[in-house]
Design a protein around this ligand. Structure first.
Ligand SMILES: Cc1cc2nc3c(=O)[nH]c(=O)nc-3n(C[C@H](O)[C@H](O)[C@H](O)COP(=O)(O)OP(=O)(O)OC[C@H]3O[C@@H](n4cnc5c(N)ncnc54)[C@H](O)[C@@H]3O)c2cc1C
Length: 495
């Protein structure tokens, strides 16, 4: 997006209805939604130039549906995006294809009042995304893209809203009320050529992402934990084992690897490393612990990328949401809540939160800050069923897929065998993955069905004479399943 002088001219003399800090994935959606609801919005981003990041590149169908609800789905157009029709899971060389859910099994898309108009809830034909496939196919679709190009589209949409003022600057402080230090009244922004300027608003939305500086304004203990990392590379002209699918490559000798095509030329590969700190010799680690397990079809492009040696590492953070209980402030997106990126659910959760937010407060008068606070307190509970499913699934699957104990390895294999059964054994899990089945109890049932199936497989393998040992191991496997799943489910649902 071309930068122009307008980005430095925002008026500090007015009180905005809302200030939005951050124009990543979530900020532009919050600002656009509020503007279409008639609010006067200021959005601040420290750099409006095309971002270059390896995050947020595959959007699950739940995310696409949320963009439709917000009337912003055309942000996936004209960026050479790759339609995604499902997942392929590979385990020690065997594979299972898992198509995305049927539309008939999922609730119709909710259209947020005032936001959806003139067909902006439908994709356009652009030679890569086709209207026919997205609008009339019987199954839901996801999409993969170059993250920066997608963000550029979101930013173009928000800049086109007449009620929005965009500013380029670094937000350095959320401003507190002089009398009541617990209330937020705006943001201090460091703007090139103007210095630090105070902007006032009835409510300030904190959308400053994974490394959020301001999430701690909710509570100093609102900090993420990092247990693992992804090391990413770009593969060029890769031959995908299953075109238009996300790929999860698993095995009992290596960590999970995920692969998806993000443009006609480029494919993203993310290789998990089970620590927050990645090895110094990334090439050596890749050669020893990743390369041997890459499927044949991907090897030429993988080997070229390894040779080129352009590695990019990102921490995989986990952060359960907290209630927004500060007057005049709402933390949302990764600043509020993060999960493991293995299942590509971050944008889906964040965008769904924006949909709920618009329904909840979009029509209210923002100067009535007490009422807004009440609604935000409620929102914490209303977002739970959706967020919990995506978040817990990501953590539970990562524990299984990065198995480093015999019981976890048994569960990993059991999970794959469960998928191989087909029918509801893939149809239901893929609804959770897609972010279209917000039912935590059902997720619990399915997870423990996988655990019991693993116990059964184990007993069957032990045979008649090994039966007592099989039963004993079964108890240990089941106990492991309880241990990796229950604390997160309880924490997310009741926290
Ligand atoms: C390795 C990895 C892979 C991922 N892959 C996927 C995936 O495939 N699918 C998926 O759905 N999710 C994925 N995610 C998660 C996804 O990237 C996030 O959920 C999403 O980007 C969150 O959007 P956000 O707007 O909250 O934050 P961000 O997109 O991070 O945006 C934050 C914005 O705030 C700006 N900003 C920050 N501080 C300031 C400041 N002080 N002043 C002004 N501006 C500021 C930043 O410049 C940035 O533009 C992945 C995450 C990781 C770590």
């Amino acid at each position: 997006m071309a930068l122009n002088q307008n980005l430095f001219n925002a008026d500090e003399g007015v009180t905005y209805d809302a200030i939005v800090i951050g124009a990543g994935v979530i900020g532009p959606c919050v600002a656009t939604g509020l503007a279409r609801k008639g609010k006067k919005v200021l959005i601040v981003e420290r750099d409006w130039a095309l971002p270059d990041r390896i995050v947020g590149e595959l959007m699950q169908p739940g995310g696409v549906r949320a963009l439709r609800s917000l009337g912003m789905v055309q942000s996936i157009n004209n960026i050479e995006a790759v339609p995604v029709t499902g997942y392929t899971v590979m385990f020690n060389g065997e594979k299972v294809d898992i198509p995305y859910p049927y539309k008939s099994d999922v609730e119709p898309v909710h259209k947020v009042k005032d936001l959806v108009r003139d067909g902006n809830d439908q994709v356009l034909d652009d030679g890569h995304i086709t209207k026919k496939d997205f609008e009339t196919d019987e199954r839901e679709r996801g999409v993969a893209f170059v993250h920066g190009k997608f963000l550029d589209n979101l930013r173009a949409i928000v800049r086109n809203e007449p009620n929005v003022t965009c500013v380029q600057g670094n937000c350095v402080e959320v401003l507190k009320d002089a009398q009541n230090n617990n209330e937020v009244i705006g943001a201090k922004i460091d703007i090139e050529g103007r210095g630090k300027v105070d902007f006032k608003a009835h409510i300030t939305f904190v959308c400053d992402g994974i490394f959020s500086h301001f999430r701690k304004e909710l509570n100093p203990e609102h900090v993420p934990t990092v247990g693992s990392s992804f090391v990413g590379m770009s593969l060029y002209h890769a031959k995908m084992p299953t075109p238009n699918h996300g790929h999860v490559i698993l095995g009992n000798k290596h960590m999970p690897v995920i692969v998806y095509q993000i443009s006609p030329e480029e494919t993203r590969i993310l290789c998990a490393f089970n620590s927050a700190k990645v090895p110094k010799d990334l090439k050596g680690w890749m050669q020893k612990d990743v390369q041997p397990y890459i499927p044949e079809a991907l090897r030429p492009s993988f080997d070229d990328a390894l040779q080129a040696g352009k590695f990019r590492a990102m921490p995989n953070s986990y952060l359960p949401a907290r209630q927004n209980d500060v007057i005049g402030m709402c933390v949302i997106g990764d600043a509020l809540n993060m999960r493991h990126p293995l299942t590509g659910g971050g944008m889906t959760v964040g965008l769904h939160d924006v949909v709920l937010l618009m329904d909840k407060i979009g029509d209210l008068d923002f100067s009535d800050r007490a009422t807004i606070l009440d609604e935000l307190l409620d929102l914490h509970f209303e977002r739970k069923s959706h967020g919990t499913v995506v978040n817990v699934l990501s953590i539970a699957l990562y524990s299984l897929f990065a198995a480093d104990t015999p019981n976890l390895k048994a569960l990993q294999r059991g999970c794959f065998k469960y998928f191989q059964r087909g029918g509801d054994c893939v149809n239901v899990p893929v609804q959770f993955l897609s972010g279209v089945l917000p039912n935590p109890l059902y997720l619990t049932r399915v997870f423990f069905a996988v655990a019991l199936y693993t116990c059964y497989l184990n007993i069957e393998e032990r045979g008649f004479f090994g039966f007592p040992l099989g039963v004993l191991e079964g108890f240990m496997i089941f106990f492991t399943a309880v241990r990796v799943f229950t604390p997160f489910m309880l924490g997310e649902y009741f926290g």
